[in-house]
Design a protein around this ligand. Structure first.
Ligand code: AVJ
Length: 336
C-alpha cells in the first residue's frame, strides 16, 4: 500500500453495478417523486458542515457528546482488543472523535494508517493535514467518494482493519439501505477485522424532538441550507423564507423525519431539470430520516449482515450505542 504521509487516493467514482448519481439525477428522482425528498448528503457543503458542527455544541443535541464520552472511556479497551494496522472511517467529516482512538494507539506505542472516506474533499484535506501534525507517526490516505455508491472499489490494505461508522449516520439509511451497506462492509472484511458502529437509540420523544428543534434554530438553518445548495448546484430559485423547518418523531417508524414545509402556494423553477415545481401551502420535502434503534434492533441488524457482537457499549441513560463487531467466520456457520 501507499506509504507517503500525505498521499491521497481517490475512490473510483465509476461503478458499473450501482453508478453514483450526481446531484441532478438525485434531485430529479427526489424532487419529482412522491413524497418529495432530497438525500441528506447534500446538507454537507461548507456552510452545512459548519452548521452541523454548531448543532453538536447545542445543549439539546446529545448524540455527539454522548458518543464522544463513550470513546473517551473505551478507546483504550477497544484498541487493545482490535490492534488494527488500518483505521478506515466512513463519513469521517472533521474526524474529531477519531482522535480518541488515535491517542489510544499513541499510548500503546502502536502506529496505524488512517483512511478517512468522505464526500467532502476540502474537509478531508484539512482534517488530514491537522492529524499528521498531531500524530507524527500517522499516515493518512483520504478516500473521496460516496460510500453509498458501493464499496467494491475500496482499497483493501494488507493487515487488520478497524472500520468506523460513527455518529449515528447509519440512522440516515432506510432499513434496506442499512442492511445493504453492512453487507458490503462485511464483504470486504476478513478475519481479524472489526467494525465499530455508533447508533442513536429510542428514547423519550421530548428528548428526541428537542435534539432536532434546538432553541437557537441551528437545526432549522441547517435544514434550510440545503435549499441554497440546490439553488447553486441546480440553478434553482428556492426562497428560504418561503419554507419552514419541521422535525417530528415518527413513533411507528422509530425515526425522526425532517421536512421543509412550504409556507405558501408557490412555484420553484429548477433550471438544470428544466422543471417548475408547484407547492401548495403545507406541502413537504423530506430532507432526512434519522432512525432510532433498540439494543435488539441493532444487534439483529448486525447479526443479519454476518457480524458477531464483541462489545455493546452504552452510557447509563442508554441514549446511544457503540458496537464493536467482527465478521462471523465464513467457513464456520454459527460463529468461530
Ligand atoms: C449526522 C446523520 C447523525 O441524524 O442526528 C443532526 C444529522 N440532522 N441534526 C443526525 C442531523 C439534524 C445527524 N447525523
Amino acid at each position: 500500500m501507499e506509504d507517503h504521509n500525505r498521499s491521497r487516493l481517490r475512490a473510483t467514482r465509476v461503478l458499473p453495478v450501482r453508478p453514483i448519481p450526481g446531484i441532478a439525477e438525485d434531485a430529479a428522482t427526489g424532487l419529482l417523486g412522491e413524497p418529495r425528498s432530497i438525500p441528506p448528503k447534500y446538507f454537507y457543503d461548507e456552510r452545512g458542515s459548519r452548521l452541523f458542527d454548531a448543532i453538536c455544541e447545542t445543549r439539546e443535541y446529545y448524540p455527539t457528546r454522548t458518543e464522544e464520552k463513550l470513546l473517551v472511556e473505551y478507546s483504550n479497551d477497544i484498541m487493545s482488543v482490535v490492534r488494527p494496522d488500518h483505521i478506515v472511517e466512513f463519513g469521517s467529516g472533521a474526524a474529531r472523535k477519531t482522535r480518541h482512538l488515535l491517542s489510544a494507539c499513541d499510548q500503546h506505542k502502536e502506529t496505524v494508517a488512517y483512511w478517512p472516506f468522505d464526500v467532502c474533499e476540502a474537509m478531508l484535506l484539512e482534517s488530514g493535514r491537522r492529524l499528521v501534525e498531531e500524530y507524527d507517526w500517522l499516515r493518512v490516505n483520504a478516500l473521496v467518494g460516496d460510500y453509498l455508491g458501493g464499496l467494491a472499489d475500496l482499497p483493501r490494505p494488507a493487515g487488520n482493519c478497524l472500520f468506523l461508522f460513527l455518529g449515528g449516520t447509519i440512522g440516515n439509511f432506510t432499513e434496506p439501505q442499512a442492511q445493504q451497506f453492512l453487507d458490503e462492509v462485511r464483504a470486504v472484511m476478513v478475519d481479524g477485522d472489526y467494525l465499530l458502529l455508533g447508533a442513536d437509540r429510542v428514547k423519550d420523544a421530548d428528548v428526541l424532538h428537542a435534539a432536532y428543534n434546538d432553541a437557537d434554530g441551528l437545526t432549522a438553518e441547517f435544514n434550510l441550507n440545503v435549499l441554497q445548495v440546490l439553488n447553486r448546484e441546480l440553478d434553482a430559485d428556492f426562497e428560504e423564507t418561503c419554507f419552514e423547518h419541521s422535525a417530528v418523531f415518527n413513533n411507528e417508524a422509530s425515526q425522526i423525519e425532517m421536512y421543509l414545509v412550504s409556507r405558501q402556494r408557490q412555484s420553484v423553477h429548477v433550471g438544470v431539470l428544466d422543471e417548475t415545481l408547484q407547492f401548495a401551502e403545507g406541502d413537504k420535502i423530506l430532507t432526512e430520516i434519522s432512525r432510532k434503534f433498540t439494543p435488539v434492533s441493532l444487534e439483529s441488524m448486525l447479526e443479519a449482515a454476518g457480524f458477531r457482537i464483541e462489545r455493546h457499549l452504552e452510557p447509563n441513560n442508554g441514549y446511544f450505542s457503540l458496537l464493536l463487531a467482527r465478521p462471523v467466520g465464513q467457513g464456520f456457520p454459527g460463529g468461530l
